[in-house]
Design a protein around this ligand. Structure first.
Ligand SMILES: [Zn+2]
Length: 359
């Protein structure tokens, strides 16, 4: 049965007010009135209502972006809505319980022994009554299934169903790169980017695309299996000349710091290896940029170190393989949240679902 229009409008306004405070932090009623385009009395009634339900509280302080005397601010009560976020890697699991407003209320990390079942380990870490649960993992992820993950060794694994069976609750599954892109947009400094491409270097190479902060269905890109050398080295995926195979990604994942250090000390072999890898990466990126047209690319995981020491070959190979008008607006840089991006982004993906449900 459809709700009466006034009730529905109120629901939507409640969701919009909570989302505004969640994303932008504590604000005065006047700032909320302006940001949401609602009148003062509507904001007042909504704030009172949400304070009564325990979601909001009034504090005294300085809102972001304003100077002068401290004023009365409306702020989220973090514990009122929480999201469970998990990042699954080959050798470890990280968990965070994130509250409304983005505060991390709990966090933990556990090593994953060789051959251990990640789902059982997730069940051991998560508990309680979070409003949403999101797991991030490296690979090609679509609709709760990991189609392919070099790092985890999974092919066509129905991860959302497995997680649900292990924990007794519903899960949303995203790939690490897409989650990190959402994290950088929401809590890093990539808010200006309309199309943000995040590259993740783990034991495989993946990329994620978000548009205006939202993960796209099918936005998970198998960067490591773009063929850069037809007929080249054999890749574990069955193709030949994939970026991952040509770059010998596994060696990098274990030893990027030593390699960049050796190159910095003048080791010719290390320098050559980095330069060739930078060129291969730039070439593969050219294909991704041509297909997706991002305005910003972030180099995450160990690709951060690689990019910092090979920016020139990456850029020149990219220039040879990308249309000039796509290149002209493109910024390349490293992420500000570092290793935290995927976990934070997984939580933000959960909050997005919570706000969508409230509307
Ligand atoms: Zn491959």
């Amino acid at each position: 049965m459809a709700l009466p229009p006034a009730v529905e409008l109120r629901r939507r306004n409640r969701a919009a007010l909570l989302e505004q405070l969640h994303r932008h932090g504590p604000q005065t009623r006047a700032e909320l009135t302006e940001a949401l385009g609602l009148n003062r009395s509507t904001i007042g009634a909504l704030a009172t209502d949400l304070a009564d339900s325990g979601h909001l509280q009034e504090t005294t302080g300085q809102s972001t972006g304003s100077a002068g005397r401290p004023s009365t601010l409306v702020a989220c009560v973090p514990q009122s809505i929480t999201v469970s976020a998990v990042e699954i890697r080959a050798d470890r699991l990280r968990f965070a319980l994130v509250g409304l407003g983005g505060e991390v209320l709990e966090r933990s990390e556990t090593a994953l022994e060789e051959g251990a079942d990640a789902m059982t380990a997730v069940a051991g870490l998560t508990r309680g009554t979070a409003a949403a649960a999101v797991a991030a993992m490296p690979g090609l992820v679509d609709e709760g299934t990991v189609a392919h993950s070099t790092e985890l060794g999974w092919v066509d694994r129905r991860v959302a169903a497995d997680l649900e069976a292990a924990t007794g609750r519903e899960w949303k599954v995203v790939d690490t790169a897409t989650a990190a892109a959402v994290g950088e947009w929401a809590r890093g400094d990539a808010r200006e980017a309309r199309k943000l491409l995040y590259l993740h270097g783990g034991r495989g190479l993946t990329a994620g695309l978000v548009i205006e902060g939202r993960a796209q269905r099918g936005g998970s890109i198998q960067l490591g299996h773009i063929v850069v050398e037809p007929g080249g080295r054999e890749c574990e995926c069955g193709l030949r000349g994939c970026l991952e195979a040509e770059m010998e990604v596994r060696a990098y994942a274990e030893d990027i710091e030593r390699t960049t250090l050796a190159a910095g000390m003048g080791d010719g072999a290390a320098r050559d290896w980095l330069r060739r890898s930078g060129e291969d990466l730039g070439r593969a990126l050219g294909a991704v940029v041509t297909a997706t047209g991002p305005d910003e690319i972030l180099f995450g995981g160990w690709l951060r170190e690689l990019y910092l020491s090979t920016a020139a070959p990456v850029r020149s190979a990219l220039a040879e393989t990308t249309l000039p008008h796509l290149r002209s607006k493109l910024r390349l840089r490293t992420p500000v949240l570092g290793d935290e991006g995927a976990l934070i982004g997984a939580a933000e993906t959960g909050f997005e679902a919570v706000f969508d449900r409230m509307r």
